[in-house]
Design a protein around this ligand. Structure first.
Ligand code: DQA
Length: 143
C-alpha cells in the first residue's frame, strides 16, 4: 500500500527557508527518511510538493486511485483553502495533517486549519520527525 505525502507552497525551500523555524533538513531528507521507515512498516511512500493550490487539489484527486492514505502538510493553504478541504473529503482513506512548526505558538492566523475538519489527526511542532510519526500512525490506522 502506498501513502502519498503531499506538501504545499514554499516547502520546496525546506532547509533554506527560515531555518530557525523549519530546521535545516530538506524535503528530500523527508522523502528519504519516510521511504526507509515505510519499508519497515510494510508500506510505500511517494512524496509530492506544489506551490499551486489547484495542483494540490489534483494531487489529491490522483490519490483517490493511487493511495491508501494521505499525509499532508498544506503549508499556508492550511489556513485558507476550502478547495483542499473539499478535495480531501472526496478521498476515502485516512488523512493525517502535519506541520513542521508548532503553529499554535505562532501568529493567530495560523491557529485555524480548514484541513483539520477532515484529518484523523494533526501533528505540529515536531520538526520533520512529524512526517515519520504520521507514517507510524498511518500504519496503525490501515491495520
Ligand atoms: C507549516 C505552517 C504554516 O503556517 C506555514 O504557512 C507553512 C508551513 C509548517 O509546516 O509548520 O508554510 O505548515
Amino acid at each position: 500500500r502506498t501513502i502519498h505525502i503531499l506538501n504545499g507552497p514554499n516547502l520546496n525551500l525546506l532547509g533554506k527557508r527560515e531555518p530557525e523555524i523549519y530546521g535545516h533538513d530538506t524535503l528530500e531528507d523527508v522523502a528519504r527518511s519516510c521511504a526507509t521507515l515505510a519499508m519497515e512498516l510494510g508500506l510505500e511512500t511517494a512524496l509530492y510538493q506544489s506551490n499551486h493550490e489547484g495542483e494540490i487539489v489534483e494531487m489529491i484527486h490522483r490519490a483517490r486511485e493511487a493511495a491508501a492514505g494521505i499525509i499532508i502538510n498544506p503549508a499556508a493553504y492550511t489556513h485558507t483553502s476550502v478547495a483542499i478541504l473539499d478535495a480531501l473529503s472526496a478521498f476515502d482513506g485516512p488523512v493525517l495533517e502535519v506541520h513542521i512548526s508548532n503553529v499554535h505558538k505562532r501568529e493567530s492566523f495560523r491557529h485555524h486549519s480548514y484541513v483539520s475538519l477532515r484529518a484523523e489527526g494533526v501533528i505540529a511542532g515536531f520538526g520533520i520527525q512529524g512526517y515519520e510519526l504520521a507514517l507510524r500512525r498511518m500504519a496503525v490506522l490501515l491495520g
